[in-house]
Design a protein around this ligand. Structure first.
Ligand SMILES: NC(=O)C1=CN([C@@H]2O[C@H](COP(=O)(O)OP(=O)(O)OC[C@H]3O[C@@H](n4cnc5c(N)ncnc54)[C@H](O)[C@@H]3O)[C@@H](O)[C@H]2O)C=CC1
Ligand SMILES: O=C(O)CCC(=O)C(=O)O
Length: 424
């Protein structure tokens, strides 16, 4: 189905600037020296490649692909692969740095990376996407590796794409290498729970946040922007815990139902409708911009960067924002939300459930063993709750919002590790 994509609301900032503003604030509070500033700021590696792909019409099209390793000081670099028309080097640099801070916040032994290809997967056939993913993997053979850099899904990619990547990497190495990528299908060494993991972490953060705000989940309402991997599972899991999800949206539009959207029905609908909510009848269609300003207890932006910005932040009425997406709130909007007393659970904490279960997948692959779904859920919930409390306590100690507290936790950990490793 053809549709016009709503243009994202754009701030004057870009994700990299937004990330750096928070980084600078936390860095100053920690009083580190200037050398440490450059060490933590500058990405370790940036790779930009041209990817020739034979399209279904027989013509060759060149796509631009990226992989940025921000840091590998805590361990092998880790981070997703994004297929989206908006992918560019600056965005990938910001996303890679966020991965470093995220892994540090949840205390898993990884550095940060991110990759992407500027393309529109919604307009490409499965064959074109497979050729693109295999070509991308070929160009990254010297970058990826189970002990070097381990990709995973992000916007526009999922288990299918990870399977192609694993297969291409394995062929090039003459052996099956499961642990080079996470987020694979279960039959290919994927982990129980990875598909829902990011949404599950969002749900855990939302529940702990509600506890802090003394909001009863059974009386709470929620709006979710983005109904892909993260948003749909976050909505489902919150709904299962008694929260009324009154609005959902995707790139095709937004849907509101005062009595609560039937999330299971919405998921079944998108499953059959090429992953799209277009034509969904479970709610009245509303302006997508209005979803963000609904009077709800919890707002979950789970689509893309810079959707809560200086212009709409004053109108936000949610008590709490739990950031499923990476970078949904600009630095300028942060200030406004803080002044309004809205509790913002930042991306580098709220969406870390995905990379946490990716870590479990990698551990299982290396052990050649499989854990049960129950074990995965128990361990990832514990990671998320402990990380939330760590960041919350830091925010009280430094008298800063949770976002800055999360950066403080992360910068401290990475800087401490640098000091011990030394050698520079
Ligand atoms: N997949 C994962 O495990 C993780 C994803 N994230 C972040 O979560 C966000 C979403 O990622 P996924 O769910 O994996 O992607 P996805 O590709 O599965 O879903 C993205 C959803 O957002 C919707 N969307 C796109 N533009 C929109 C707009 N302008 N308004 C409303 N909806 C819009 C799409 O239609 C789709 O429903 C991204 O920021 C990603 O970096 C963060 C951590 C892990
Ligand atoms: O699962 C992973 O390794 C990374 C997921 C990701 O890209 C993210 O957390 O933004």
């Amino acid at each position: 189905m053809a549709y016009i994509e709503p243009a994202p609301i754009k701030d004057t900032e870009n994700p990299l600037e937004s990330m750096m503003q928070r980084f600078n604030t936390a860095f100053e509070l920690l009083g580190f020296d200037e050398e440490m500033y450059d060490i933590l700021k500058v990405p370790a590696k940036q790779v930009v490649v041209g990817l020739p792909v034979t399209m279904d019409n027989g013509k060759i099209k060149i796509f631009e692909g990226y992989r940025v390793i921000h840091s590998n000081i805590l361990g092998p670099a880790k981070g997703g692969l994004r297929f989206d028309p908006g992918v560019n080097l600056n965005e990938v640099k910001a996303l890679a740095a966020w991965m470093t801070w995220k892994c540090a916040v949840v205390d898993i032994p990884y550095g940060g990376a991110k990759g992407g290809v500027t393309c529109n997967p919604r307009e490409m056939s499965a064959g074109e996407l497979e050729r693109l993913m295999r070509t991308y993997t070929q160009t990254m053979l010297g970058v990826f590796g189970p002990d070097r850099d381990i990709p995973a899904p992000d916007m526009g990619t999922g288990p299918r794409e990870m399977a192609w990547l694993m297969d291409e990497y394995s062929k090039a190495n003459g052996m099956t290498v499961h642990s080079v990528v996470t987020g694979k299908p279960l039959v290919l060494g994927g982990s129980e729970g990875r598909v829902e993991a990011t949404g599950r972490g969002v749900m855990v953060c939302a529940l702990v946040g509600m506890e802090k705000l003394r909001v009863n989940p059974y009386h709470a309402t929620c709006a979710v922007q983005g109904f892909g991997n993260v948003g749909s599972h976050a909505a489902r899991l919150l709904h299962e815990r008694g929260v009324k999800v009154v609005a959902i949206s995707d790139v095709t539009g937004a849907y509101y139902n005062k009595k609560g959207i039937d999330i299971k029905a919405a998921m079944e609908y998108t499953e059959k409708n090429n992953r799209s909510l277009a034509g969904f009848k479970g709610g009245e269609k509303i302006d997508p911009a209005d979803l963000l300003t609904l009077e709800v207890d919890v707002l979950v932006p789970a689509a893309m960067e810079d959707v809560i910005v200086e212009t709409n932040a004053p109108k936000i009425r949610a008590k709490m924002i739990v950031e499923g997406a990476n970078g949904p709130t600009s630095a300028k909007a942060d200030k406004i939300l803080n002044e309004k007393g809205i509790l913002a659970v930042p991306d580098i904490l709220a969406n870390a459930g995905g990379v946490s279960v990716s870590y479990f997948e990698w551990v299982q692959n290396r052990l050649g063993y499989k854990w049960t779904a129950e074990r995965i859920k128990r361990r990832s919930d514990r990671i998320m709750k402990e990380a939330f409390e760590r960041v919350y306590a830091t925010s009280l100690e430094y008298k800063v919002p949770m976002r800055i507290a999360a950066y403080i936790v992360a910068l401290k950990k990475v800087a401490d590790t640098y000091q011990f490793r030394g050698g520079y």
